[in-house]
Design a binder for this molecule. Structure first.
Ligand SMILES: O=P(O)(O)OC[C@H]1O[C@@H](O)[C@H](O)[C@@H](O)[C@@H]1O
Length: 316
């Protein structure tokens, strides 16, 4: 699901351009391989819509004659990600797409005693200004490199890499330790997936996994069978496996790297203020994360990569 105003900007885009949406600088691509929108607030992917029917082979560019056919996107014109049509004003964060939560997930602040301990829910990275340092041709699509405009932590430095082509979207958040003492941190790629109706969704790949139920005081539970979404959910699964999101219309593979926690979140009817009721039924969050279950201890000079890769499940 994509807000009409963002849809209009993408429709007016031929190739790639910088423009403004909801008061934020955004980078847009409308290319033969598909569409991508990235907000420079938070280095946040807002929208991704590949053109799989036009791909001739893994990683190869389709011919221009076939590639720009709008019809190839009609069945799925909203894209794979959900963005609220009513984002809060700056300096608030945009709800939707793939927010980068760093250097802590939720309120799990870094364990060191530095000033880095304090800050907003999900950390300062998603509200910060990022700089788009490079846009490269990559694997039949693009690869973007982004870094924060200002320092966000006294010892850790994040950077983001976003790759998009006709087959997949890949986002990675790399954390480099440039300081002197070991630091513990957590993080999440807080992906909001567009779904037909959240209550009809099934998430496959978590059967048998242990999880913490945040709605039951972090009670430890076991996932019995595959997860069907019926009401509100706020769970941290201890799992490094890929999952498949099936909303009845589409089976999306959600793979991940450098993550032993998978967060599943939907507030059901208790929607945040920036989410209209009719829009709130159309997302489900599946987050590749490092949480209290698998915090990262980084030593000076080391780096950690948290990644997620989205693709359609191959048809048999
Ligand atoms: O409203 P925010 O700050 O984006 O957070 C949304 C949700 O994000 C999820 O990752 C958390 O598990 C939830 O507890 C939280 O409510």
């Amino acid at each position: 699901m994509i807000p009409e105003s963002l849809r209009a900007l993408l429709d007016d885009t031929q190739g790639q351009r910088h423009t403004e949406w909801a008061g934020r600088e955004v980078w847009l691509a409308n290319e033969p391989w598909g569409e991508l929108a990235v907000s420079l607030q938070g280095a946040q992917v807002l929208h991704f819509l590949p053109s799989p029917e036009t791909a001739t082979a893994e990683g190869s560019l389709p011919s221009p004659e076939t590639a720009t056919a709008e019809g190839s996107r009609c069945a799925d014109a909203g894209g794979w990600l959900w963005v609220t049509p009513t984002p809060q004003d700056l300096p608030g964060a945009i709800r939707g797409g793939i927010p980068l939560c760093w250097p802590w997930f939720a309120d799990e602040h870094t364990a060191d005693e530095s000033p880095d301990r304090s800050g907003p829910m999900h950390g300062p990275a998603r509200k910060a200004s990022w700089i788009l340092e490079a846009v490269d041709e990559h694997d039949g699509g693009v690869e973007l490199h982004l870094s924060p405009a200002e320092r966000l932590h006294s010892q850790l430095a994040p950077r983001a890499v976003i790759q998009a082509n006709a087959q997949r979207l890949h986002v990675e958040l790399v954390t480099e330790h440039r300081g002197e003492t070991p630091v513990k941190f957590s993080a999440a790629l807080h992906s909001y997936f567009a779904v037909g109706d959240v209550h009809g969704c099934r998430v496959e790949g978590l059967a048998g996994a242990r999880y913490l139920d945040k709605l039951a005081g972090f009670a430890e539970c076991d996932q019995q069978g595959e997860l069907g979404v019926r009401g509100s959910l706020d769970r941290i699964y201890h799992s490094n496996r890929e999952v498949v999101l099936d909303d009845g219309n589409r089976r999306l593979r959600v793979a991940k790297q450098g993550s032993d926690s998978t967060v599943i979140w939907h507030p059901d009817t208790e929607l945040p203020d920036d989410t209209p009721a009719d829009a709130g039924r159309h997302f489900l969050c599946i987050e590749a994360a490092c949480t209290r279950l698998d915090p990262v201890w980084l030593v000076p000079g080391a780096q950690h990569l948290l990644g997620t890769t989205l693709s359609l499940e191959e048809q048999p």
